[in-house]
Design a protein around this ligand. Sequence first.
Ligand SMILES: Nc1ncnc2c1ncn2[C@@H]1O[C@H](COP(=O)(O)OP(=O)(O)OP(=O)(O)O)[C@@H](O)[C@H]1O
Ligand SMILES: [Mg+2]
Length: 264
Amino acid sequence: MITIVPKPTDSAGDNSTSMVTEELTKAGAAYRFINLDTIDPFSNPCSDELIWVCGLRQDDHQFEIINALSVDNHVINSPESIFTCASKVKTSALLQKKGIRTPETLFTASSEMAGHFIEQHGRVVYKPVYGYDGNGIFLINSLGELGKGPYYLQEYVANDCDYRIFVINGRSVGAIVRRSDSLAHNIHQGGIGIPCMIDNDMDEMAGEAAMAVGVDYGGVDLLKDREGYTVLEVNGTPNWHCMSAPIPKLLAEYLITKERQSRC
Ligand SMILES: Nc1ncnc2c1ncn2[C@@H]1O[C@H](COP(=O)(O)OP(=O)(O)OP(=O)(O)O)[C@@H](O)[C@H]1O
Ligand SMILES: [Mg+2]
């Protein structure tokens, strides 16, 4: 039995959870849903089960419930990796430790250090530490444009598009190129995504990034400059908007395999 935490943002026209459950049904796999808002994690609601977190509200309650359930169950993606992906700071630290190319980044509470970083790079990208969907991302030219710290600042990588690669078990299985008229090319910011080829560098880098943050599957965001690809971040509960690859089927197959393994 696969236990599923549905994506809180699912809607009638955009339902990630049901896209995967339809594939599980076709494959004859048994599954059920749990509601993190009403479950009591201390009354053994489930044990030795495979729990698939399609999505999680970014709040302490949902995160801690999943954390507690992971004591007795195998959770995909693991709570640790979902939390790592939610934090741009932890993600940057891991990418750097593993030697994976990523734009030069500063995280500081010091406006003096932030000012120095901006002078050094001319213009930088400010991002909220727990941001998503391209929200709250700005191009900054001077210290005066920044509000109160702390500051997560990144070297601006000139581009006219970015890439989202879907990785399952270290393998790149789908990719899109996203374009928009704004700084952030996210679909939620009006970006248009078009399926693209996965070249060898993209494949290797996305796989390494996903492994660095410890996800079973994830959405890796890349930019490209003259020297090649650079990793921005990994999403631990990614969607597969605009992908032509059969992501729901591949994800269902992966979950079925993991569920079988967890029973052996
Ligand atoms: N250093 C950078 N230089 C140029 N553009 C950038 C840079 N960092 C981010 N961007 C643009 O902003 C977009 C969003 O950035 P990023 O993926 O880091 O944040 P996000 O809000 O967390 O997005 P997600 O919804 O994928 O979690 C990128 O996909 C890219 O288009
Ligand atoms: Mg992103």
